[in-house]
Design a protein around this ligand. Structure first.
Ligand SMILES: NC(=O)c1ccc[n+]([C@@H]2O[C@H](COP(=O)([O-])OP(=O)(O)OC[C@H]3O[C@@H](n4cnc5c(N)ncnc54)[C@H](O)[C@@H]3O)[C@@H](O)[C@H]2O)c1
Ligand SMILES: [Zn+2]
Length: 358
């Protein structure tokens, strides 16, 4: 991974940062001659982010606001059907633009909505959570959950543009900031040891990551995606922590105290660090370092589940091939490897070590 940061990414996917983002977006909207704009928001971004956005954009074509409930449950087929119906009733047409303003739930759901309505409308992502800025809003994956399978239904489609405006983070609750930070740590672990060092010296309990750090995470993700948009191979490196993490997240969503995405992924990365020692020759000192970083930052995050429940979800994971369970692991800090077959027994052993098994 090059240290130089590449920001303006592939030719299909423009990412605009900070204050400039608004002027770029205004020009983009004016040039597009859209019949209408559909803003997809949740109840929080409706109140906290939409007024600022509308004020910054000034005159617009006809605007409609589609507001959904906040939370992961919203990424469902039922909500999607309702949104299709409302768009249809409000006469969204092929000249409409969809603007997704929110966290990863909104960019995933809104991207899928835009990508499927009338065989695809153009959309712009304006991420408002840290997790969506560094991860969910870029890369062209859009999806919804099916029962307890995360992101089971989805499509690959890039937004026309992504506007990353760190000012939005001012109202983001602390635990959500920490959740997004897990994906940033993942970027360091899979691709850039120096960035990992920078991140672990940062006090996430006290500060919000800088625009510079957000840019670095996006650049790492983009560099991977430029090589493999449809996840035939190398892109899977971004899944570190996610095979176990998604299983934990799915089961936790069925409880009264669901974990945030980044919290579940943090537990996933601790568990998959154990597997990396066994299967990818990750050294003991580096494994210790990784676990102690996560255990410190996410010390109050825990989850207990039965091995058979977790294994059922893990076995249904998209990343597997047939019966073989395959993981993205790390060989050292800063280097991920994909498609490593791992035995069921060792997964259970690693889950035990992470104290996840009830
Ligand atoms: N498509 C991808 O490549 C990709 C990558 C990573 C994660 N994801 C998905 O992203 C989702 C998680 O994203 P998330 O953590 O952003 O969740 P989220 O969208 O639920 O946002 C978290 C919470 O923060 C609130 N919020 C958002 N911005 C705010 C702001 N500026 N001020 C105050 N509150 C604000 C939201 O209303 C919500 O309550 C998961 O569904 C995950 O699967 C997708
Ligand atoms: Zn993730």
């Amino acid at each position: 991974m090059k240290k130089a940061i590449r920001y303006l990414v592939n030719d299909k996917n423009l990412i605009w940062f900070g204050e400039n983002a608004f002027s770029h977006l205004k020009t983009f909207i004016a040039k597009g001659d859209y019949s209408s704009i559909f803003f997809v928001v949740d109840e929080n971004t409706h109140d906290l982010c939409l007024p600022y956005l509308l004020q910054s954009l000034g005159d617009l074509p006809r605007c409609e606001v589609l507001e959904v409930e906040a939370g992961e449950d919203t990424k469902s087929p039922e909500v999607l059907v309702q949104l299709w119906m409302v768009m249809s009733e409000l006469q969204a047409d092929r000249h409409s633009l969809v603007i997704n303003l929110g966290g990863g739930v909104i960019t995933d759901l809104g991207g899928f909505l835009a990508g499927t309505y009338m065989r695809g409308l153009p959309f712009v992502n304006i991420p408002t959570s840290l997790l969506a800025m560094v991860d969910a809003s870029n890369g062209g994956k859009n999806g919804i959950n099916l029962a307890h399978y995360k992101n089971r239904i989805g499509l690959f489609q890039n937004p026309e543009a992504v506007c990353v405006i760190p000012d939005f983070l001012e109202t983001l609750p602390e635990e959500e900031v920490r959740s997004g930070f897990a994906e940033m740590l993942k970027h360091g672990l899979i691709a850039d040891a120096e960035y990992w060092k920078e991140l672990i010296e940062f006090d996430i309990a006290e500060e919000v990551p800088t625009e510079e750090m957000i840019r670095k995470s996006i650049a790492i993700k983009q560099e991977v995606i430029d090589k493999d948009f449809r996840e035939a191979g190398p892109r899977k490196v971004l899944n570190f922590g996610h095979t176990i993490g998604h299983a934990i997240e799915s089961l936790s969503l069925e409880t009264d105290s669901p974990l945030l995405h980044g919290e579940a992924i943090a537990l996933g990365m601790i568990t998959e660090t154990h597997l990396s020692q066994k299967y990818a020759a990750l050294s003991d000192p580096e494994a210790e370092e990784i676990r102690s970083v996560f255990e410190e930052i996410y010390q109050d995050v825990s989850f207990l589940a039965k091995a058979e429940d977790l294994m059922e979800v893990i076995q249904g994971d998209k990343k597997n091939r047939g019966d073989e369970l395959r993981f993205t692991l790390i060989t050292q800090i800063g280097n991920g490897v994909v498609d490593v077959p791992v035995s069921k027994e060792d997964i259970i052993e690693a889950l035990k070590l992470t104290k996840i098994l009830a």
